[in-house]
Design a protein around this ligand. Sequence first.
Ligand SMILES: NC(=O)c1ccc[n+]([C@@H]2O[C@H](COP(=O)([O-])OP(=O)(O)OC[C@H]3O[C@@H](n4cnc5c(N)ncnc54)[C@H](OP(=O)(O)O)[C@@H]3O)[C@@H](O)[C@H]2O)c1
Length: 266
Amino acid sequence: MELKELGKTGVMIPEIGLGTWRYRGGVEPLQKGIELGATLIDTAEGYYTEDVVGEAIKGVREKIFIATKVSGRHLGHDEVLRSCEQSLYELGTDYIDLYQVHWPNPSYPIKGTMDAMGKLADRGFIRFIGVSNFEIEETEEAQACLNNHKIVANQVRYNLNDRTIERDLLPYCEERGITVLAYTPLDDGNLTTMPRVMGKGKMSVLKEIAEETNKTMGQVALNWCNSRSNVVVIPKSNSITRTIENCGASGWRLTDEQVARLDEAF
Ligand SMILES: NC(=O)c1ccc[n+]([C@@H]2O[C@H](COP(=O)([O-])OP(=O)(O)OC[C@H]3O[C@@H](n4cnc5c(N)ncnc54)[C@H](OP(=O)(O)O)[C@@H]3O)[C@@H](O)[C@H]2O)c1
């Protein structure tokens, strides 16, 4: 499993993590992923999967990088503190590696939210602060509220079918040393199973490159995301087989020419 630096923290995280939104696989797929080096696990208070993550990491906590999120509906100062406490309880741990603001919510002043995030970091309950679904301006506003801490990650949607962030957010994050945690990196499975939605041309390029590399289309799709230097992916699978497949998207690289062909087709 290849590692990438989280922001400019010096901390290395795997370039393939394990997503857990709508996760129903029990502990085994997560434990298989961990065994294969996918020690970054993404969850959220809103997913109701923190408990299964907690179960899966029992006995190996120190090897795991837990990313969880405070809901966009709990962004008042005291609510953030309470949500974190509840997440720690659900996860069965005394610290969270990356605590992310799940969605920006203009109903809450960002100052109160980020003050609480800063306090949690100062008190050692969270190691790093992240955001999710934040545009550039929102990221800057959030950062401006933090005195002693940096926003090290922004978790946003990124896959071959949705390259919106390439316009400005991705280069912005790259320049500032913010890691992009790419969510829905398989476009919810559509990239491998929906030729009609994707169009024949795109599908045939993906298939062609899968054949050239002797990898699956899913692995090529994940490796393409990871060809961007500051991106790591967090695919979700309920199955052990697909978890093994997804972890196999690391440890090799598409050539520049193959990346360019995919860039061109999608
Ligand atoms: N921050 C946010 O707002 C936000 C939003 C969405 C997602 N996320 C995070 O990102 C994670 C991943 O995103 P996602 O769950 O939306 O979508 P995804 O990972 O792109 O796709 C998951 C779907 O693809 C299937 N799948 C998994 N591996 C596959 C493979 N190798 N080949 C074909 N199909 C495969 C899964 O089915 P099986 O389970 O049956 O294998 C599932 O239906 C989430 O779990 C969550 O942690 C965050």
